[in-house]
Design a binder for this molecule. Structure first.
Ligand SMILES: Nc1nc2c(ncn2[C@@H]2O[C@H](COP(=O)(O)OP(=O)(O)OP(=O)(O)O)[C@@H](O)[C@H]2O)c(=O)[nH]1
Ligand SMILES: [Mg+2]
Length: 459
């Protein structure tokens, strides 16, 4: 199917000033010459490569629209094929009429992602880069866009290529071992292989560690505010949102249901959830709220646990402390503007000092520190490493890296146990293949199909 000429509307349908129709393939220029009449010369192909040309689209002798057309000659185009783009008026009628006309003249309607798929199949982009195109388009935050853009530029691909080259080197050492078994080079070779494998293992691990950040930058950090009733959870939600979203009263048990909102804190997208205060209660509605709180709590990436400084710790607090023990948590000790009754000695017994923030949310005290803490939680001490390494957010890439990591551990074990060379070689070949899945060098046809079918039409 690679030889036919495909066409699609590449801009969003609606009422916009301009809409773009893109056509790619051998017949693109022939079809364009049939329907487009430039104002100043005979045909589109009489103009310079990539020159924007003014004229009209004709169906037989009837003008359909006034447009600009551009001819991009292969091979220096997105698909590496001849491409013609037509900029027409952005309404549904002109776009659809021109699309139909081009199809009548021999173009086929493109499948979703087919332009990018051709870019991949022609070697213009590798698979990771092709996938980033979609992430670029669907990015919801500037940081998410940056991550995708870096990937399009090929930073991940380069890293994968480096590792695969290193594996080729290891394979060469193994071949030496296999080819000259009688020589006394065994120990040297084993050491050498192990060093290389360790280095690869660390590189893969760095990438995997960054992927958590990548996921957050793409989907938002799932943050849940918990605490017993009346400690100031809804007040915190409102303060972070900078609007009075949740109802705040001095009656414990005010929030009965969960409230979700999306916010951006210092460049990090958060999905923030205010929950019903967790306590033992007989009120049936409140009880349901408490159950839902626990549900959200279990799925959170980050928990903000709020305590009231103006009260002694209660059993409800201790119960929650128990729940958050192994979780990613920030503890806000709120209402520090009131006389303090909370016993810090007890708190310090249960909670690490570096995750505690003190403040008075109604006075906006501590809000800034809390926001900084959230940023720190996301980037952690990885800030430097993140800059050195590409951030990965694509689940398929993360899975491939995790498989490659497992295989590397297996290979290291085999080397340590001085297993036969051909045995070790199998593990190492697997690492090579899993890494190759990221760039698309070792991947099944149907996986590729599935990836591109998730694209939008016209991309
Ligand atoms: N003095 C003082 N009062 C505060 C502070 N933060 C919240 N409050 C008050 O505490 C009361 C309860 O606040 P909420 O934000 O409704 O508490 P909540 O944790 O959402 O309570 P539930 O929804 O019942 O679980 C309100 O009267 C707030 O004005 C603070 O920092 N200082
Ligand atoms: Mg509330």
């Amino acid at each position: 199917m690679l030889n036919d000429t495909i066409v699609a509307i590449s801009t969003a349908l609606g009422e916009s000033a301009i809409g773009i129709i893109r056509m790619s393939g051998e017949d693109a220029i022939r079809i364009a010459n049939d329907v487009f009449r430039p104002k100043s010369k005979e045909k589109l192909m009489d103009f310079r490569n990539k020159e924007l040309v003014y004229g009209h689209i004709y169906n037989d002798n009837k003008i359909i629209d006034e447009v600009f057309a551009v001819y991009m000659k292969a091979p220096f185009t997105y698909t590496r094929e001849d491409i013609v783009e037509i900029n027409c008026h952005g309404g549904i009628i002109p776009l659809n009429q021109i699309l139909k006309l081009l199809m009548k003249n021999g173009a086929r309607m493109a499948e979703p992602g087919e332009f990018t798929k051709r870019a991949f199949l022609s070697g213009r982009l590798d698979l990771a880069q092709a996938e980033s195109v979609m992430d670029l388009i669907s990015a919801k935050t500037p940081k998410g866009f940056d991550v995708a853009f870096n990937q399009l530029e090929g930073r991940l691909s380069l890293k994968v290529k480096e590792m695969r080259n290193e594996i080729v080197t290891i394979m060469a050492s193994i071949e030496v071992g296999i080819d000259y078994p009688e020589e006394d080079i065994e120990d040297v070779t084993f050491d050498e292989i192990k060093n290389h494998l360790e280095s690869i293992k660390n590189k893969i691990l760095d990438l995997i560690n960054n992927s958590q950040t990548g996921k957050v930058l793409r989907d938002g950090l799932n943050t849940v505010i918990v605490g017993k009733p009346n400690v100031g959870k809804s007040s915190l939600m409102n303060a972070l949102l900078r609007e009075a979203r949740a109802i705040v009263t001095d009656i414990p048990g005010t929030t009965r249901d969960v409230i979700e909102e999306h916010i951006n804190i210092k460049g990090i997208p958060l999905k923030i959830v205010d929950t019903a205060g967790i306590r033992d209660t007989d009120d049936i509605i409140e009880k349901m709220g408490v159950e839902r709180s626990k549900d959200y709590f279990n799925r959170a990436d980050l928990i903000i646990f709020v305590l009231n400084a103006a009260e002694e710790l209660t059993k409800d607090d201790i119960d929650i402390i128990d729940l958050i023990k192994d979780r990613n948590t920030i503890v806000l000790i709120n209402k520090t503007d009131l006389p303090q009754l909370i016993d810090m000695d007890v708190i310090n017994k249960y909670i690490r000092n570096d995750i505690i923030i003190r403040g008075a949310i109604t006075l906006e005290h501590g809000l800034d520190q809390l926001e900084d803490k959230i940023v720190e939680m996301v980037y952690g001490d990885k800030i430097k490493k993140i800059n050195e390494n590409p951030i990965i957010s694509n689940v398929r890439h993360i899975n491939a890296l995790e498989m490659a990591y497992e295989q590397t551990m297996d290979a290291i074990k085999s080397v340590e146990n001085k297993m036969p060379y051909d045995f070790i070689e199998v593990d190492i070949k697997n690492i090579y293949d899993y890494l190759g899945e990221i760039s698309g060098e070792t991947i099944e046809e149907d996986v590729i199909k599935k990836i591109f079918s998730n694209f939008c039409l016209g991309k």
